[in-house]
Design a protein around this ligand. Sequence first.
Ligand code: NAP
Ligand code: GCO
Length: 288
Amino acid sequence: MSGILDKFRLDGKVAWITGASYGLGLAYATAFAEVGARIVFNDINEELVERGLSEYKKLGIEAYGAVCDVTKEEDVEKFVADVKEKYGPIDILVNNAGIIKRIPMTEMTLAQWNQVIDVDLTGPFICSKAVLPDMIKKGEGKIINACSMMSELGRETVSAYAAAKGGLKMLTKNICSEYGQYNIQCNAIGPGYIATPQTAPLREKQADGSMHPFDRFIRSKTPAQRWGKTEDLMGLAVFLASPASDFINGQVIYIDGGILAYIGQDPSALDVSKLQAEEESDIVVKDE
Ligand code: NAP
Ligand code: GCO
């Protein structure tokens, strides 16, 4: 009989993490590699793929990376076929690639709305559809979706993102419902506010050196009073990708330092002097 820790291993499994050149995707991939998986990833352009490949090399991980837009079905089918030819069928898919546009709904164009829905909701549909037939044949498979606080909560300026992440929660439940009979588990990770480039605009210091009001706000909403780190998500990712979670299906598990459990405190009451300064390296603002 194998021990409990063996159930968390991914030896011989092919794990595809979408949009995994940096940020949360890189963290998931790093964790999977540590427990034995073969890592394959895609990203939206050559520059990002190169950046990813050099990150994995630095970490001692032999990863396969290629350009592939998750919103383009032909690109995705080609990526999946190439991986199958090189390493065999994909055992684990993490639908990690995502974008956000922080624009008030009345100012958001239809094109901007569609772009967010395409990447954050239709992308996971396309990628899951591409890997499911081989998972069904094999009689096993794991799909992990990147949900969000916005799968449960609304907030000003993120209408398309919230609609997509709420939809992704239901796609998670539906994949579970349709394909659970083939020993395929589809669950989601719902990160709270994690320090990555995606959230850098919300943490940027003000011109006078003071905290960004949203930074103060989110710490006052988080019992842990800090932003999450990418490492905070690694354990759950391995669990959901591994046989240790074989009877968990259709769930969204939130890693949010307690945000969803807490009504929050008055932001002005936060003792800022006690809060740790964020790593400067996290504050790389991306265009929205
Ligand atoms: P990120 O830093 O923006 O990384 C996502 C990656 O996906 C980027 O490399 C991005 O490229 C790529 N991408 C964008 N569009 C793509 C497409 N059409 N095809 C392929 N790749 C594409 O995001 P993150 O902060 O690591 O977050 C990863 C996932 O977790 C996202 O789905 C995000 O919504 C979700 N999430 C993040 C947080 C958080 O606090 N950071 C919280 C909850 C949920 P570009 O850099 O060119 O956009
Ligand atoms: C925001 C967005 C994201 C968050 C995340 C929360 O509030 O601007 O919701 O930037 O990072 O998805 O889980």
